[in-house]
Design a binder for this molecule. Structure first.
Ligand SMILES: O[C@H]1[C@H](O)[C@@H](O)[C@H](O)[C@@H](O)[C@H]1O
Ligand SMILES: [Fe+2]
Ligand SMILES: [Fe+2]
Length: 304
């Protein structure tokens, strides 16, 4: 059963709601107002703007791009695909994210649980009937628990940041692309061509993505037999794949189902990105609603 509760005011600061008439495109489908600047006074996802986060974020991407190789991803998928580390519910996992801060993110330095709720609540406001999409918002970043000791305490470069395919060439549109020159796959002829180890239209499902919270959470949801629709799994696995959903790179690897699912990912992405703010959600108030969704789409305990 899905419990309906009154929705708290979603945090859009006063001046952000005054969008000039000629900038109407900044208002999303259901009325969500896209803020024009992040909490640090910069435009969103500006990886070159001088800000208190710029240097740390760039050094994060340097390490990430050097170390995410085809061989590394294969090893991590095999290891984490066993799901033999922890048993817990989805909500318990959300609470663990209280401890986690993401070093790759130029737009947010709040604990991750805030981001999960901000994303889910922003979607709920504009798409009240798509409960699966609210839950997708809540869980999309849960894979960041990989940073915690009981999940192997992986370094940030192996957990967060934008993702990209490995096993074929790294597209120029990927953030801080220059650092791939030091990745061993960059000069390996098996992996450095347009198709690399893949074939045209093979389907993203057959493509190995750089390892991190997205692919891990996708494996967790799928292997624990979630009843969420395929668009939800698609969103979870590719939400950090900006080269695809923003720059339209790698489309030659997509199949028909991917093309359909990409439409939902593009909707989702606006809420994931632009709901990031310093305005906190009252966790206890919204908790009953999300618990009811978790019960609808997941078993009570999952293998992680
Ligand atoms: O810094 C962010 C953050 O780690 C997000 O969770 C991820 O989905 C983004 O793509 C990434 O760039
Ligand atoms: Fe993410
Ligand atoms: Fe996110």
């Amino acid at each position: 059963m899905t419990i309906l509760i009154q929705q708290p005011e979603f945090g859009v600061e006063a001046e952000e709601t005054k969008v000039p008439a000629d900038e109407k495109d900044l208002v999303l489908d259901g009325g969500f107002v896209v803020p024009q600047i992040n909490s640090f006074g910069q435009t969103f996802r500006d990886y070159d703007a001088e800000s208190q986060r710029q240097e740390g974020v760039e050094s994060f991407y340097r390490t990430n791009h050097i170390n995410q190789t085809y061989g590394f991803v294969k090893k991590m998928r095999e290891e984490y695909g066993k799901l033999d580390r922890v048993e817990m519910s989805i909500w318990e996992c959300c609470e663990l994210l209280n401890e986690v801060v993401d070093e790759s993110d130029p737009d947010l330095d709040e604990p991750q649980i805030e981001h999960l709720l901000q994303t889910a609540e922003a979607i709920r406001k504009d798409y009240p009937n798509e409960d699966w999409l609210h839950l997708t918002g809540l869980i999309h970043d849960l894979g960041k628990v990989l940073l915690l000791p009981s999940f192997g305490e992986l370094p940030q470069w192996a957990v967060v940041g934008d993702t990209f395919p490995v096993g074929c060439s790294f597209d120029e549109s990927i953030v801080h692309h220059k650092y791939f020159k030091e990745n061993p796959d960059y000069n390996n002829p098996t992996y450095n061509t347009k198709y690399g180890v893949y074939a045209e239209g093979c389907g993203l499902n057959n493509v190995m993505m750089s390892w991190g919270h997205d692919d891990y959470m996708y494996l967790v949801a799928k292997e624990n037999q979630t009843t969420l629709p395929s668009a939800a799994l698609f969103i979870i696995r590719y939400h950090s794949f900006y080269a695809l959903h923003r720059s339209e790179a790698y489309k030659h690897l997509m199949n028909e189902e991917d093309v359909e699912n990409l439409k939902w990912l593009q909707i989702f992405n606006k809420y994931d990105l632009y709901s990031k703010s310093k305005v906190r959600i009252d966790v206890e108030k919204v908790k009953p609603y999300y618990l009811s969704l978790i019960e609808k789409y997941f078993p009570s305990k999952l293998k992680w």
